[in-house]
Design a protein around this ligand. Structure first.
Ligand code: GDP
Length: 429
């Protein structure tokens, strides 16, 4: 979905503008788990389509434009396509306004200058100084009197990039399974996610299975956490055997698996769980939790150690988080969406066969008694996980080394390294 972010010093009327744009065009408002107090998000529906609107109002602690705030705004702007720079249309420009302007200029994103609180057309006479910010014509608006909103929406659409394929949020919801060894921090993480008052929680007690699925929204996207009962019922009295069986079942039902890792307890169990998920064709996100317990100066060493211990999982994306401080909680969901979409990749047949020609031209093909292996044709009949079928002259000529070579090429050239894609070799039909 398109993303538009409102930025501006405190008290210029950012949140009124946010509420007004949403109210006018009603939409889901959901606070972001983990950063609730900082960011507000909502989906604005317009005749021309919809976009995600983010208000950074909660980021500001005082009147100053501090480094800390700047870092948070950085994050919010990472994937923003348009920035609404809000300034008070009735007050003199302040030092903070100029600093925000300077910051936005460096960001290089399309900026729309929005003059707020212009309740009366007469006030427009005093907007001259706003040109000094260097963002062209300000758009006068009034959240109180709903003035200027149509013009603003029009300006937004003018600057939003035209998209060939609009990836709509998954309506049914992206299904997430939380797995990990006992005491890894699963239930704490679950509570951190669900602890937010405004997360929409709908528990649907399974009728045939005693599982509880929990639904919530993040960034306009619906998520379902599958079988949370298995996590919340403390597993002390649950035999580990049973706990494992539950995890496997949750994996079966998930689109993406969140593997919770305690950085101080990493070993074979993590590899085993990850492989169980990957074997099921489920992308795995490593959620390294309890990161608040790692000293800042130890962090790089710790990361290195983790990389070594999880060397076999080096290709998997990871998020460093903490149920306690909630750092990066939002990133988990962004990554989950990305992995889910990646796992849905469909490589057109023509493109795939062009790659096959390139790949096979770069190596000595395996051969058997002087007869070389030939790939006649390749196709990808399935997604989630992407499954590639290679029709070859003699499937038994395919060596482990050649299969690994193809896997590496698919991972790198097709950008699928992070998801559990599959290869199938078939003989001539
Ligand atoms: P589970 O068995 O995987 O559900 O693990 P729990 O969520 O019960 O956590 C195990 C222990 O780790 C508990 O004592 C938690 O309080 C602690 N813990 C979990 N997450 C964090 C975290 O992010 N930071 C800190 N400091 N402790 C945590």
């Amino acid at each position: 979905m398109h993303k538009v972010v409102i930025v501006g010093r405190p008290n210029v009327g950012k949140s009124s503008l946010f509420n007004r744009l949403l109210k006018k065009r009603s939409a889901v408002v959901a606070d972001v788990p983990g950063v609730t107090r900082d960011l507000k998000e909502g989906v604005v529906e317009t005749d021309r389509g919809r976009f995600l609107l983010v208000d950074t109002g909660g980021l500001w602690s005082g009147d100053k434009w501090e480094k800390k705030i700047q870092e948070k705004v950085d994050r919010a702007l990472e994937d923003a396509e348009v920035v609404l720079f809000a300034v008070d249309g009735r007050a003199e420009l302040t030092q903070a306004d100029y600093e925000v302007a300077e910051y936005l200029r460096r960001k290089g994103k399309p900026v729309i200058l929005v003059a707020t609180k212009v309740d009366d057309p007469k006030h427009e006479l005093y907007l001259g100084p706003l040109y000094g910010l260097g963002f062209g014509d300000p758009i006068p608006t009034s959240s109180e009197h709903a003035r200027g909103l149509e013009e603003l929406l029009e300006a937004i659409w003018e600057r939003l990039p035209v998209r060939q394929i609009e990836t709509e949020p998954e309506v049914a919801g992206i299904r997430l399974a939380i797995v990990g060894r006992p005491n890894a921090g699963k239930s704490s993480l679950l509570n951190a996610i669900l602890g937010e008052e405004r997360v929409i929680v709908s528990e649907e007690p399974g009728t045939t299975r005693d599982a509880i699925d929990v639904e919530f929204f993040f960034g306009g996207q619906r998520f379902v956490l599958v079988d949370t009962a298995g996590i919340r019922k403390r597993p002390e009295n649950l035999v580990e055997e049973l706990a494992i069986r539950r995890s496997l079942r949750a994996m079966d039902e998930a689109d993406v698996v969140l593997l919770v890792v305690d950085p101080f307890q990493v070993g074979d169990r993590e590899l085993k769980l990850a492989n169980e998920a990957l074997d099921r064709g489920k992308p795995v996100l490593l959620v390294i939790t309890k990161w608040d317990l790692v000293d800042k100066e130890d962090a790089p060493k710790m990361r290195r150690l983790l990389r070594e211990k999880l060397a076999h999982l080096d290709h998997l994306p990871r998020v460093f988080t903490s149920a306690l401080t909630r750092q990066n909680l939002d990133r988990i969901f962004r990554e989950a969406v990305r992995l889910h979409e990646l796992n849905q990749t469909r490589v057109p047949t023509a493109e795939l066969n062009r790659w096959v020609a390139v790949w096979t031209s770069r190596v000595q093909m395996p051969n058997f008694k002087g007869k070389p292996l030939k790939i006649l044709y390749a196709t990808q009949p399935e997604v989630a996980p992407p499954t590639f079928v290679f029709f070859v002259n003699h499937p038994e000529f395919v060596t482990r080394a050649f299969e690994n070579y193809l896997k590496n090429r698919i991972g790198e050239d097709l950008g699928l390294r992070e998801v559990p894609f599959r290869l199938v070799f078939r003989g001539r039909r």
